[in-house]
Design a protein around this ligand. Structure first.
Ligand code: MN
Length: 173
């Protein structure tokens, strides 16, 4: 991965009203930029990779329940889409301190868990296909300490087309 800050694939305000423009600007221009500037250290390398993925996992008109192969895989792994959403939300809401919630492909199987700080599922050989930043800097400006409120808003901007693309890449033999 290049040691450069990628442009966001949309404007700072594109995810309004769910994710506010000021949070996006500070998150990208200050936090992600700092990880790029200090990439020699493990946490900063992970921070760069995680954020580069995270920006692509959101889109203006996201949030529509996935169908197709990914929809079927989610049903198979978690019972139904509601079951998936509940399990992911719990992982994100209950993660203690800074970190990320993930939906990963582990040997073709979908799993949900959280990681601490900037650790990536790639570090244990899993492919992340959906991730949510639950560091306070991702939501504090708008939601203060109310992380569950941020998670609820974020579901409205999930870029399921991108998640499906990553799922396909991770599961093709
Ligand atoms: Mn972040």
């Amino acid at each position: 991965m290049a040691h450069t800050l990628p442009d966001l694939p949309y404007d700072f305000g594109a995810l309004e009203p769910h994710i506010d423009a000021k949070t996006m600007e500070i998150h990208h221009d200050k936090h992600h930029a700092a990880y790029v500037a200090k990439m020699a250290v493990r946490n900063h390398g992970g921070g760069h990779a995680n954020h580069t993925l995270f920006w692509q996992l959101m889109a203006k008109n996201g949030g529509v329940e996935p169908t197709g192969t990914l929809g079927t895989a989610l049903q198979k792994a978690f019972g139904n889409f509601g079951g998936f959403k509940e399990k992911f939300t719990t992982a994100a809401a209950n993660h203690f301190g800074s970190g990320w919630a993930w939906l990963v492909v582990n040997q073709e199987k979908l799993e949900i868990y959280s990681t601490t700080n900037q650790d990536s599922p790639l570090m244990q050989g899993h492919t992340p296909i959906l991730g949510l930043d639950v560091w306070e800097h991702a939501y504090y400006l708008k939601h203060q300490n109310r992380r569950p409120e941020y998670i609820t808003a974020w579901w409205n901007v999930v870029n399921w087309a991108k998640v499906a693309e990553l799922h396909t890449q991770a599961t093709k033999r």
